[in-house]
Design a binder for this molecule. Structure first.
Ligand code: UDP
Ligand code: MG
Length: 339
């Protein structure tokens, strides 16, 4: 039970949720008819990423009437990509779709994704945002900059504007599960594996309720994870900065020697002051960049799990609906992540 293929579930829909109580009623109302109409055995893996509102209570509530709704609770907030990892590790389906809770990505597209995967035999179907006019212009511009940078780093086969709404086959998920990545950024990792893929285009809608869980701080963190995971270019930057300042210093030395030889007394303070400031700045930047990568190596060597599953309703009621009315809202002391 739990992490591997059970063979009976055709489709898993993984939904990371952090403080999404406001959107759950709308989500359930829209998602369930779509999935029921598919006429396949499915499960919805709702990953409660340490929410502080009543996300979990609501999920348990809906789970009583919707047997396919499975609730996985993380002990603490671990972030979108880690919650996604937890869901991918626990999902049992032959195909696994990941979806945001806020209905910005239309669940109806899941039907098209599944049809493409089955009929064309592709392993990955990307949801591509053909139109993001409902996003704020700030979000659109930062997203454009992000995808531009990532295509330069990862390569141009990266589908632009493909977020975390996608379908993966069991084969892809098994490969992802075995990767040692600490801070996986799935929108880059999946294309880099090179599985046969297809796209479903859709119009990105506005969040139905609640507010974004991606403040600027998290957007910057995602962009840095994306860069550092796929490229050592920032370290090369250190080399270039070093080289440039070395050449500048050579010129300055020449200037100094000539000035000495010609007897021109230089006051000298300004050039000295600027050079010292400049060089120590460059050195600190390079040290910082080096430190970022060393930190990543350290975290990898420590090999701590990136999330802890506190509760999985499938462990309690393997095949049936959520039957225990007094479902734990404080996660009980069950298992942590299973490899
Ligand atoms: N999310 C999560 N953990 C977090 C932050 C976000 O599970 O720490 C989930 C969130 O509940 C949503 C998805 O990740 O289902 C995407 O977040 P959001 O819609 O706020 O991001 P945006 O669409 O604004 O980029
Ligand atoms: Mg969103």
């Amino acid at each position: 039970m739990g992490s591997s293929t059970s063979g009976t579930t055709t489709l898993s829909v993984v939904i990371p949720m952090f403080n999404e109580a406001a959107v759950i009623p709308a989500l359930v109302a829209r998602l369930r008819p779509v999935l029921d109409a598919l006429d396949v055995a499915y499960e919805v893996v709702a990953v409660d990423d340490g929410s502080l509102d009543d996300t979990a209570a609501q999920l348990f509530d809906h789970g009583r009437a919707w047997p396919q709704l499975r609730v996985v609770r993380l002990r603490r907030n671990s972030g979108h990509q880690a919650a996604l990892t937890a869901g991918l590790h626990r999902a049992r389906g032959r195909w696994i779709v990941s979806l945001d809770a806020d209905l910005q990505d239309p669940p109806e597209a899941i039907a098209d994704m599944l049809r493409l995967a089955r009929d064309d035999g592709v392993d990955v179907v990307y949801g591509v945002r053909a139109d993001r006019s409902t996003d704020t212009s700030f979000k659109r511009n930062t997203a454009r900059a992000y995808y531009w940078l990532m295509r330069r780093i990862v390569g141009s086969d990266l589908p632009a504007q493909a977020g975390d709404f996608r379908l993966l086959s069991r084969d892809v998920v098994e490969v992802l599960r075995r990767l040692p990545e600490r801070a996986p950024v799935y929108r880059l990792l999946v294309p880099s594996l090179g599985f046969p893929s297809a796209e479903v285009r859709y119009v990105r809608e506005a969040r139905v309720a609640g507010e974004t869980k991606y403040p600027l701080r998290r957007m910057v963190a995602l962009a840095w994870d994306s860069t550092a995971n796929f490229s050592a270019a920032p370290l090369r930057l250190a080399t270039w900065l070093g080289l440039t300042s070395f050449l500048a210093c050579l010129a300055l030395i020449g200037f100094g020697v000539v000035a000495y030889a010609t007897g021109a007394a230089i006051p000298g303070w300004t050039s000295m002051f600027v050079a010292v400031l400049m060089l120590s700045g460059v050195q600190l930047i390079c040290l910082g960049l080096l430190g970022e990568y060393v930190g990543r190596i350290y975290a990898t060597v420590q090999n701590r799990p990136t999330f802890h599953v506190g509760f999985d309703s499938a462990d309690v009621t393997p095949d049936g609906p959520l039957s225990t009315p007094e479902m734990p809202l404080d996660p009980p002391g069950v298992v942590s992540q299973r490899g």
